[in-house]
Structure formats: structure tokens, C-alpha cells
Design a protein around this ligand. Structure first.
Ligand SMILES: [Zn+2]
Length: 217
């Protein structure tokens, strides 16, 4: 064993990944009739995975246009009028669409009409908990910003790496420096705490001891 993967094996993984993405995309294209599932635009469509990505797949993804995606990801550029499209799309039967509708309406609720729509939008308990993970429903003053050791903002679903060995309280486990913790969740009460899995164990980690990993790491 020299620790290297053969060229053939790499190629095989690549092909399989490609088939997986293709089929997710085509499933979403069929589901949406090739239109943005939020605003019905038919150009610049791509797959959007609802953060924090815990399931991905068809259930956790939607097909959306670049305008919708950029506004979902940047609250600074949100144009309330664009989101009047939710009037229709919030009634979608698809979980991913409902989650984004709930988050965007929550973000815009001070405009009035979004609050009226929000009052009519029903989510199952588990989906509501998931929808709240990004904190859109909180007023600015209530929002707690989590930052890593370098001051980078952490969001639910991010991956972080431990920058020192951490003893896990109440167990003999030591989480080693350099350990990657994927898909963190944030403590909504305390900006210093995040949660994530080290091996099979869910642990609480203090943000001072982590560094955010780049998207594709
Ligand atoms: Zn759109």
C-alpha cells in the first residue's frame, strides 16, 4: 500500500459523482418543469442546496435562478419586491421550496405582506426547526454572530477544523488538533458555542478553538 489511489479508481469516483449530480439536476428539472421553483424564471438555473446541508438530495435541494440564489445568500442585496413570487411558490409541496419560502418571508417580515404570508405557511415541527437554523426569523438585535478564531463568520452547515486538542467534557475523548468537524450547528443563545460531530459523538465546541474551512476543502 503506498497510500495512492490508482488512476482508474479516481476516474471511477469522478464518473460516479458526475452521474449523481446529473440525476439530481434532471430530477429537479422535471419537478420544476425547468423553471426557478421560487420565481419561475427560466434562465440561469442551478441546483441550490438548502443550508445547512444535512441531507442534500432532491428533498433538500431546489432548482433556482441566479437572482434568487444570490439574494438568499446575501441579505444585503435582498429586494423585497422580487420575493412577491412567494405568494405562489410558498404553496409548493416540496420541502426545500417551503423551507426557503419560510426563511425569506421571515427575513422580510417587517415589510408587512411577508408576515401575512408567513402566518399561512405551515411547516412540520422538524422542518420548522431546520428552517430556523440560519436565524432568519430573529430580529437583528437578537441575532447572535458566531466567529472563528480568526474572526470569520460561522454559519450553520459550515465545516471547521480544530486548532488545538480539546478534552471532551464527561468523557475520555480527546478531539485532536486538525480534526475536521463538518456541518456544524450554532448555539442560538451563545455566540461562543457551536456543535458538531467528532467521530460518532456530538460535542459542543468553543468557537475560539476552531478555524473555518474553505467551501470545497
Ligand atoms: Zn428565481
Amino acid at each position: 500500500m503506498n497510500g495512492c489511489l490508482s488512476k482508474e479508481f479516481n476516474k471511477c469516483i469522478f464518473v460516479r459523482l458526475k452521474i449523481y449530480t446529473m440525476s439530481l439536476e434532471s430530477e429537479l428539472q422535471v419537478r420544476s418543469s425547468n423553471a426557478c421553483e421560487l420565481c419561475s424564471a427560466t434562465t440561469d438555473l442551478s441546483i441550490y442546496e438548502v443550508k445547512p446541508v444535512s441531507t442534500g438530495g432532491v428533498d433538500g435541494s431546489l432548482l433556482a435562478c441566479s437572482t434568487c440564489i444570490s439574494q438568499i445568500d446575501n441579505s444585503d442585496t435582498t429586494d423585497a419586491n422580487h420575493w412577491r413570487c412567494l405568494n405562489d411558490s410558498m404553496w409548493s409541496e416540496h420541502r426545500a421550496v417551503k423551507l426557503i419560502a419560510w426563511r425569506m418571508l421571515s427575513r422580510l417580515k417587517n415589510e408587512g405582506w411577508p408576515q401575512d404570508l408567513l402566518d399561512m405557511l405551515y411547516l412540520e415541527d422538524a422542518d420548522l426547526r431546520f428552517a430556523k437554523e440560519t436565524g432568519e426569523h430573529l430580529d437583528d438585535s437578537e441575532k447572535i454572530i458566531h466567529r472563528d478564531a480568526n474572526g470569520a463568520i460561522l454559519q450553520a452547515g459550515d465545516s471547521v477544523v480544530l486548532i488545538k486538542d480539546l478534552k471532551v467534557k464527561g468523557s475520555s475523548l480527546v478531539a485532536k488538533q486538525g480534526t475536521a468537524v463538518r456541518r456544524i450547528s450554532l448555539d442560538r443563545e451563545n455566540a461562543k458555542y457551536i456543535e458538531g460531530k467528532v467521530g460518532p459523538t456530538q460535542i459542543v465546541i468553543i468557537t475560539d478553538y476552531v478555524k473555518k474551512m474553505a467551501e470545497k476543502e
